[in-house]
Every structure is written in C-alpha cells, then in structure tokens.
Design a binder for this molecule. Structure first.
Ligand code: HEC
Ligand code: HEC
Ligand code: HEC
Ligand code: HEC
Length: 359
C-alpha cells in the first residue's frame, strides 16, 4: 500500500484551509437578519440574499388580461349553464376564463375543462372540479381573512400554470396500522420530512382530520393531558413541514424557551393557527367530497384525492408569491360562495370517470 507522507498531508490541509477562507462557495453568503422577537431571545430570521433573489424570480405573477369592466349583461343570462359565476358581467366572465386558462392549463387551453363543441356541457370532469374550485377560492378569500388578509389567493397561488399543483399530498400507506403488531412502523423511521425519520404522514391526522397538535403538558405530573411519543413526533413532523413550507425557522413563530406559550409567540403563530384550520376546511369540505369525480389515476395509493398543505400555497416563502396582491384584480373571487348545493355527488354523470382527459 502506498503511504502518503505526513508532511504532504499537512501541506494539503494547509492549502484547503486557505481555500476555505478565500475562494467563493466556502465562505458565508451575504445575509440579512430580521429580529422577530424580544431582544436576547434569539428570535431572528436570517435570509441568504442570493436565495431571496432566486425566490423573487420564482414568484412573478401573471398580469391580468385587460382592465376590469363589470358592465354589460350578466353571464347567467347570456350563457346556458353558469351556476357559480352568473353575476359577472359578460366581459368580466370572459376575462376570468382567459386568466384561469393561463393559471391552470396554459398548454392545454380552454378544452382542458370544456367540450369544444359545447362549452355548456358538464361531461368533462375537470370542469366539475374547476366549478368547485371557484367556490373554494371564494370561500378562502371571503371567509379566511384572518389568514389570507388583503392578499388573498387565486387559482395561480396553488396551480402556477399546471393542472395538478406541484405540492400536494396523499394518505401514506406506510402510516396505516397493519393487522398484526409486526411490520407496523406507524409512519416512522423512513427518512422524509426535513431529512429526519419522524412521522412521514402528519397530514392525515393534523391537516385533514382535526387531530390534537398540542402535546406539551401544562402542569407537573399531568393526569388529564397525556400525549404519546407518537403524537409528539407527529407534532414535530408537522412543525418541520410548516417551517420548510414557509422557508422560516421555528423562532419565526415560537420563543424556543417555551414552545407552547402564546404570549411569548409572534403574531405569525396566530396567523399559522388560522392557516391550519383553513387547510382542514379546504381538505374536508372541498377536496375530499370531489373524490368520486376524479379519475383513478389522479387518486393516491389508498384511493384518496390529492390534498393541500402549507407548501401548496406558500412554496417556500412566508407569504405566497411574496405577498403579491394579484387577487385584487379579480373581485369575483372574493364574494362568499353562493350555493353550497354544488358538492358533486350522485348528480355527477358517472361516464365522466371513463372519459378522462389525461395529460
Ligand atoms: C380550469 C377550467 C376552465 C378553463 C381552462 C376554461 N373554463 Fe370556461 N368554464 C369553466 C367552468 C367551471 C364553467 C362554469 C362556471 C359556472 O358554473 O359558474 C365555465 C363556463 C364557461 C362558459 C359558459 C358556457 C355556457 O353556456 O354555460 C363559457 C362561454 C366559457 N366557460 C368559456 C371559456 C373559454 C373561452 C375558455 C378559454 C379561454 C375557458 N372557458 C376556459 C371552467 C374553465
Ligand atoms: C388551495 C390550493 C388550490 C387553489 C387555490 C385552487 N386549486 Fe385547483 N386543485 C388543487 C388541488 C390540491 C387539486 C387536486 C389535484 C389533482 O387534480 O389531482 C386541484 C385540482 C384542480 C383541477 C383538476 C386538474 C386535473 O387535471 O385533475 C382543476 C381543473 C382545478 N383544480 C382548477 C382550479 C381553478 C379554476 C381554481 C381557481 C378558481 C383552482 N383550481 C384553485 C388546489 C387548488
Ligand atoms: C409558522 C408558524 C410556526 C412555525 C414556523 C413553527 N410552529 Fe410550532 N406551532 C405553531 C402553532 C400555530 C402551534 C399550535 C397549534 C394548535 O394549537 O393547534 C404550534 C405548536 C407547537 C408545539 C406544541 C405546543 C403545545 O402546546 O403542546 C410544539 C412543541 C411546536 N409547535 C414546536 C415547533 C418547532 C420545534 C418548530 C420548528 C421545527 C415549530 N414549532 C415551528 C406555529 C409554528
Ligand atoms: C390557500 C393558500 C394558503 C395556504 C394553504 C396556507 N397559507 Fe399561509 N398565507 C397565505 C396568504 C395569501 C398569506 C399572506 C397574508 C398577508 O398578506 O398577510 C399567508 C400568510 C401566512 C403567514 C404570515 C406570514 C408573515 O410573514 O406575516 C403565516 C405564518 C402562514 N401563512 C402560515 C401558514 C401555515 C402554517 C400554513 C399551513 C398550515 C399555511 N400558511 C397555509 C395563503 C395560504
């Protein structure tokens, strides 16, 4: 075996050390710090400037097709089968259809949701989904201002020019109890969230069902509040998802001295709390009821529909699209959804499933 003399090793190590401090890529990138909590608590958000530039480039919003004009006859009177957007002026309706095409199916065009021979036809599953999505977007903007504030959301916030949003989740087969005791990993010990081996699916219990996120005891020797290690790991798993989804660290919301204390938390933690409730509503009231409308290939391994988490909208930044107020150009997306009767169920033609428009 060849032996490398110790002196040579020392010289190489010396060169590497010099390189570490002098060449690009080895030194600390320029950063900006924003203090988020009381001084001395270490509550500070550190942003890499290069990363911020990248984020700005990735979060450009499409321009509105033209200036809003709400005059003219109502779409409900002009067209045959307009059930949600009937109050819009004709011009406003066309403007929205063009914008939606750019947001959801720019490559496929109008026919992604429409039968080109008859735009009133409801036999295209994507149109049924889109109609419900209009109501969902209206519900988010009109009912969840405690979370989305004046910024609001459009279809683009989640879709970004793709029919299927990039960041979605399905129930994880690995997190479902098996019949016997053996082989049940409880969704743990698989490297996933934040490169940890914590629970792989904190979402089913905490962002779809109304599972308990609070795990810390509030008194010594608790008797009324006992969380298992699994519950605790699931909470941590969700917290890591929330941090990654927003591109922030834990101290953006918590004082790590005492995670459960609301008085020592930032206002953003309250916004996040409303976000959790909002995501549950999106999944429970809008996406899950659409399960029967989607074709098989859109469903997950356990037959459930694709669902939303924080990353679906946020995509790595604290405010989706860096807070760009694009939804302000579309007042029709801010009215409370009118009829709740549109949850597709038995009234949805069954042939939709077989006549799927696939990408
Ligand atoms: C992402 C899905 C989607 C895309 C893309 C889309 N539409 Fe629509 N369109 C709908 C939905 C949903 C309705 C029904 C709205 C309602 O019930 O209030 C509708 C209704 C219509 C109607 C009314 C038809 C009638 O007589 O009832 C017209 C006209 C229309 N769209 C035109 C277009 C045009 C033109 C384009 C392309 C520029 C387009 N749409 C792209 C989803 C879409
Ligand atoms: C909160 C995020 C979110 C918003 C906002 C949103 N969507 Fe969706 N959309 C989803 C998710 C999640 C799915 C399910 C993905 C799939 O199709 O499997 C979906 C699916 C769809 C599909 C079916 C695509 C396919 O190929 O299966 C259409 C069409 C659609 N959305 C239209 C819209 C329209 C139109 C709007 C705005 C009025 C909108 N969406 C707003 C999250 C969103
Ligand atoms: C965007 C804001 C936000 C970020 C970032 C965040 N959390 Fe949380 N955290 C919350 C909210 C909101 C709750 C309370 C949920 C509830 O009450 O249902 C919570 C609850 C918790 C709890 C349970 C407290 C209790 O009462 O039992 C722990 C522990 C926790 N977070 C740890 C963390 C850790 C560790 C991180 C970083 C990996 C983190 N959090 C990042 C918002 C955040
Ligand atoms: C439907 C899209 C959507 C989803 C899903 C969503 N958010 Fe938000 N969130 C927004 C919008 C829009 C804003 C910007 C509101 C504003 O301008 O103040 C926002 C703002 C926030 C803020 C305030 C940021 C700041 O710097 O003030 C926090 C914290 C936050 N979201 C946490 C979450 C968490 C945690 C989740 C998942 C449980 C989540 N959000 C899911 C749309 C969403």
């Amino acid at each position: 075996m060849m032996k490398i003399p110790l002196g040579l090793l020392a010289i190489i190590a010396g060169f590497l050390t010099v390189a570490m401090f002098t060449t690009a890529g080895w030194d600390l990138p320029p950063t900006d710090d924003v203090q988020t909590g009381f001084r001395g608590t270490g509550m500070v958000q550190i942003d890499d400037r290069e990363q911020v530039r990248l984020e700005q480039a990735m979060n450009q919003v499409p321009e509105a097709p033209w200036e809003l004009d709400t005059s003219g006859p109502r779409a409900g009177d002009v067209y045959e089968n307009v059930q949600v957007l009937g109050d819009l002026g004709e011009d406003q309706f066309t403007r929205l259809m063009i914008a939606v095409t750019e947001w959801v199916s720019p490559e496929e065009g109008c026919t992604y949701c429409h039968n080109p021979d008859n735009l009133a036809d409801d036999n295209v599953y994507t149109k049924i989904v889109a109609r419900r999505m209009f109501q969902m977007t209206q519900a988010i903007n009109s009912g969840w201002d405690a979370h989305v504030a004046e910024t609001g959301v459009t279809c683009y916030t989640c879709h970004r020019g793709q029919p299927v949003p990039e960041y979605i989740w399905f129930k994880d087969a690995g997190a479902v109890p098996s019949e016997g005791m053996l082989g049940y990993a409880a969704g743990q010990n698989t490297v996933s969230i934040g490169a940890t081996s914590l629970h792989t699916d904190p979402f089913s219990a905490l962002l779809n069902d109304d599972g308990e996120i609070r795990v810390e005891a509030t008194q010594a020797l608790p008797s009324d509040h006992v969380a298992s290690i699994q519950d605790t790991e699931r909470t941590f798993s969700l917290m890591i998802h929330m941090s990654e989804g927003l591109g922030v660290n834990c101290t953006y919301c918590h004082n790590s001295r005492v995670f459960n204390d609301w008085a020592e938390s930032t206002p953003q933690r309250m916004t996040a709390w409303f976000g959790i409730q909002m995501v549950r509503e999106i999944n429970q009231d809008y996406l899950e009821p659409l399960t029967g409308v989607f074709p098989e290939e859109r469903l997950g391994p356990l037959g459930d529909v694709a669902k939303t988490n924080c990353t679906t909208c946020h995509q790595g930044v604290n405010k989706p699209l860096l807070g760009a107020p694009m939804a302000a150009d579309y007042p029709s997306l801010w009215v409370p959804p009118q009829s709740a009767a549109l949850i597709p169920g038995s009234s949805v033609p069954t042939q939709i499933r077989s006549e799927v428009v696939s990408e």
